[in-house]
Design a protein around this ligand. Structure first.
Ligand code: ZN
Length: 179
């Protein structure tokens, strides 16, 4: 089973809303299995299709009960509030405390077309919200406040990851411009 390259922040595929899966064919099954292997290879607990460059609405996860796959997932209900340190395979090496709902109810389909309905709490609920974000083109850093996000982008650039530097804003006040 081939492993996929995991796309990292700055890759445009991570900012696009993924399309609904119309049909589960053998290519999609291969994709899902490859995603599971890729997730394990990266020691992750969840991986969404855009993270391997595929703009389709599915993700895989394993919070200790074996690999699971869901197609066209939706959060139909969420409740509570929980702060937890959250990282992302597409934002290597960084993690932040992020507040999100504590419980979610997710529905979708498995690879055989059967309905899935999962009431999740804490870690699994967190994971579902994180992966759903990926399917909507939202990255974890968008949940951070401005200062924390800027610091994160600086740290990523210093480690050679991340979006290209924006050109410096033109100086309008005659102040010092740094390169
Ligand atoms: Zn992620």
């Amino acid at each position: 089973m081939a492993l996929y390259d995991i796309r990292v922040i700055g890759d445009p595929v991570l900012k696009k809303r993924a399309r609904a899966v119309e049909e589960v064919d053998s290519a999609l099954v291969r994709l899902a299995r490859g995603m599971v292997e890729t997730m394990y290879g990266a020691s992750g607990i969840g991986l969404a299709a855009p993270q391997v460059g595929v703009g389709k609405r599915l993700f895989v996860w394993d919070v200790g009960a074996g690999p699971r796959i869901i197609v066209n997932p939706e959060i139909v209900e969420s409740d509570g509030e929980w702060t937890f340190e959250e990282g992302c395979l597409s934002i290597p090496g960084l993690a932040w405390d992020v507040v999100r709902p504590k419980q979610v109810h997710v529905v979708g389909r498995d690879l055989d077309g059967n309905e899935m309905s999962i009431e999740a709490d804490e870690l699994e609920a967190r994971l579902f919200q994180h992966e759903l974000d990926h399917l909507d083109g939202t990255l974890l850093i968008e949940h951070l406040d401005d200062d924390t996000r800027k610091a994160a982008l600086r740290a990523l650039r210093q480690s050679g990851v991340g979006p290209p530097l924006a050109p410096p804003a033109p100086s309008t006040d005659g102040g010092l411009r740094l390169p």
